[in-house]
Design a protein around this ligand. Sequence first.
Ligand SMILES: *[C@@H]1O[C@H](CO)[C@@H](O)[C@H](O)[C@H]1NC(C)=O
Ligand SMILES: *[C@@H]1O[C@H](CO)[C@@H](O)[C@H](O)[C@H]1NC(C)=O
Length: 266
Amino acid sequence: MKGLNCAFRVTAVALPLEILLLLPGVSGRTFTVLNSCNFTIWPAVFTDLSVGTAVPDVATGWEAAPGSSVTFSVPDNWKSGRIWGRRDCDFDNANPGPNSCLDGGCNGGLLCDPHTGTGVPPATVAEWTLDGDGSRDFYDVSLVDGYNLPMSIANSVGCSVADCPVDLGPNCPSPLKGPFDSNNFPVGCKSACVADVDGNPQNSPNCCSGSYSTAATCPSSGVQYYSYFSDNCPDSYAYAYDESSNSALWTCNSSLAADYTLTFCP
Ligand SMILES: *[C@@H]1O[C@H](CO)[C@@H](O)[C@H](O)[C@H]1NC(C)=O
Ligand SMILES: *[C@@H]1O[C@H](CO)[C@@H](O)[C@H](O)[C@H]1NC(C)=O
């Protein structure tokens, strides 16, 4: 790799900067995270470092005022990465870490811990693996851990949009509804697994666990309230094996080097 970089730099001297910036595969991808909600949220970024060590060039968490956006570069080989939003956070209180927010909070507080800072459900999660199997980017909007904010993933090269663009809180089935903010407004809607509706998380058709741990033994028909999520957000990933819906997990040819925009409250 070192040799390659050297060779490239020698050639590069003759090329204007603008052309260099357009060369695919050189500078990674540009991601933008836009808060179109009319309230403050706290976006968070997590990379499963057991899958790959490349990480985005951005903090693992920040405060996003209404209408604000943050743009950053992401390596072409980002694997098993996720971005989500946290609601109603207060990092000054006596509860640093996961309980600083009504939902989506993480170990670490404002900055999510790089090793353990995944979000507390319920949380809508945008997921990526760039340059995965078959030289494809994989991405989705996951409701597997429930819902806490509407979001959409758009891209610069005309691949499909993944989204859950509607507020699933107000009409959420009551066993799943919540948590609630100080106005008693539901800022989340749990999945049947997260809500532990069947009381047996170790062996549950809602969680695809135990004897239900494969796609064949965990059909969507066995997941309680699946249709609430899939009917309202058909282009999201609504339970652990939702690939079969054909509108859950999206791909984009990696050679197109797509840039991605994640919009909260699109
Ligand atoms: C945000 O918009 C919603 C729906 O239009 C409205 O009910 C709510 O009062 C607004 N909130 C703020 C903080 O402006
Ligand atoms: C991706 O795009 C490249 C370049 O256009 C092409 O050679 C390749 O066949 C495409 N791969 C797929 C899976 O479509």
